[in-house]
Design a binder for this molecule. Structure first.
Ligand code: OAD
Length: 250
């Protein structure tokens, strides 16, 4: 095993609390496009046209066509080896998984209690009368009909249950993350680490004393501040260190 992997495995096996933050790269091997990079979604689409409250107010149908297209792509994707390892680790009490991904692949792999930092593409929420009442609902249909969908109780427009640029993170989600920062190892996997506040979590964990590591084939700007950077794909690294968390968090 590579020296860096050994170092991470050793840290994990000595840890009682482990927190993992994932980004789009963890789903890349499942065929889900990332946002940035040569084939990233934001190369072909402008976030300001599709992923802001203003874009939705201006053209809800266009926004929904894009989300509907992504839902149909995701419906055909399966969790990969990285999701599977994280699902196994989630069976241990000291383990927390935070994800920026809205794709639902961690849950499909069997991960328990996922903290969804940016929401879920499989949830819908009222954008009109019931907004803010916490009345989101799940709908896993690959193609929604009608488009844009309507809120069942009030008949108003419904939006995707995701966090858009310029929107605040749910305070309950932030509170759960805050608790997970007090850990022995904080592992950041498959994220470009540039979208805040998500990108700030690994640095906050380090300030609180966690050993911090990144798994990403391309070292990010955050890597310089972390204890360890492993420049390999998540689906290659995680199966090699699968056993490290098994006994430690129990
Ligand atoms: P990005 O697309 O910004 O970054 C994906 C990262 O994954 C890149 O740094 C890649 O190098 C890395 N990567 C690619 N393949 C990988 C692999 N096999 N194993 C490990 N890493 C790999 O995606 P995020 O950082 O998740 O926001 O983006 C953050 C947020 O920006 C998203 O949650 C989304 C987007 O706009 C919202 O939806 C609000």
């Amino acid at each position: 095993m590579d020296d860096r992997l050994q170092q991470l495995a050793k840290r994990l096996s000595g840890a009682t609390r482990v927190t993992v933050m994932t980004g789009a790269g963890v789903s890349a091997a499942s065929g889900v496009p990332t946002f940035r990079g040569p084939h990233g979604l934001w190369r072909s689409f402008r976030p300001e046209d599709l992923a802001t409250p203003h874009a939705f107010a201006r053209d809800p149908r266009m926004v929904w066509e894009w989300y509907d297209w992504r839902r149909s792509q995701l419906a055909a994707c399966e969790p990969n080896a990285a999701h599977d390892v994280l699902a196994r680790w989630s069976a241990h009490p000291g383990f927390t998984l935070i994800t920026q991904n809205v794709d639902g692949l961690h849950e499909r792999a069997g991960t328990r209690d996922v903290i969804r930092f940016h929401g879920s593409i499989w949830e819908l929420q009222c954008a009109e009368e019931c907004r803010g009442s916490g009345s989101g609902w799940e709908d896993r249909t690959a193609h929604l009909d009608p488009l844009p969908p309507r809120c069942p109780p009030c008949g108003g427009l419904a939006g995707p249950g995701v966090v858009w640029f310029g929107e605040a993170i749910d305070p309950a989600v932030l509170a759960r993350c805050e608790r997970a920062l007090a850990c022995d190892v904080f592992l950041s996997i498959g994220t470009s680490s540039i979208v805040y506040p998500a990108a700030g979590l690994v640095h906050a964990a380090k300030r609180l004393g966690a050993f911090t590591a990144e798994i990403n084939p391309e070292a990010t700007e955050a890597a310089g501040d972390l204890n360890l950077a492993i420049a390999m794909p998540a689906e290659d690294v995680l199966p090699q260190i699968l056993g490290s968390v098994t006994s430690s968090c129990d």
